[in-house]
Design a binder for this molecule. Structure first.
Ligand SMILES: [Zn+2]
Length: 180
């Protein structure tokens, strides 16, 4: 089932996710539906708040063509099996950061340079209840940090420069108004 994506201005995007205690059939179905919704929107990640739920689950899938270092064309994360379904994810280690253009399915048609760690180690439960950790690099690292922000009620607008935020303030106000 494909969900409608919640857009900027809706209060659920500002809620913190509750940890998942039991991995039920409903959670597995939800993971499938979130992936379907993400693919239909051409996104590389989606968090529960973006479909109106306040629980700690997000999905990420960076296609092989986008999982490449721009300078060399080498794969960034050849050993990470995608798609990823992350339950109760936590970043336990991160490296120095850099800025790169980033967008969000909940804030359509807006991209801005956002500072993110180049690599992160994220710990999470998989759908079998196994505790796992992965080292993510490049776009995957960026997507993981973006989705974990959503689970904490944070959005890219909170990480934009004040200049950029001022430049798009009209669009944001309009979205907020439409959300009411
Ligand atoms: Zn987003």
């Amino acid at each position: 089932m494909k969900y409608e994506i919640v857009t900027y201005g809706k209060s659920v995007l500002r809620e913190k996710a509750q940890p998942i205690e039991d991995i039920t059939a409903d959670i597995r179905k939800l993971a499938d539906d979130m992936l379907e919704t993400m693919y239909a929107s051409n996104g590389v990640g989606l968090a529960a708040q973006q479909i109106g739920l306040e629980i700690a689950i997000c999905v990420v899938d960076v296609p092989p063509a986008q999982d490449r270092r721009p300078e060399t064309g080498e794969r960034e994360n050849p050993d990470v099996e995608m798609p990823l379904v992350l339950l109760n994810p936590v970043i336990i280690e991160s490296t120095s950061s850099h800025r790169s253009e980033e967008g969000c399915l909940s804030i359509p048609d807006i991209v801005a340079p956002i500072k993110r760690a180049k690599e992160v180690t994220v710990e999470f439960l998989d759908l079998n209840g196994a505790r796992r950790s992965i080292r993510a690099k490049g776009l995957l690292a960026r997507a993981v940090q973006h989705e974990l922000d959503h689970l904490n009620g944070m959005l890219v607008v909170d990480r934009m420069s004040l200049v950029k935020k001022a430049a798009i303030s009209g669009k944001l106000k309009k979205m907020k108004k439409e959300a009411q």
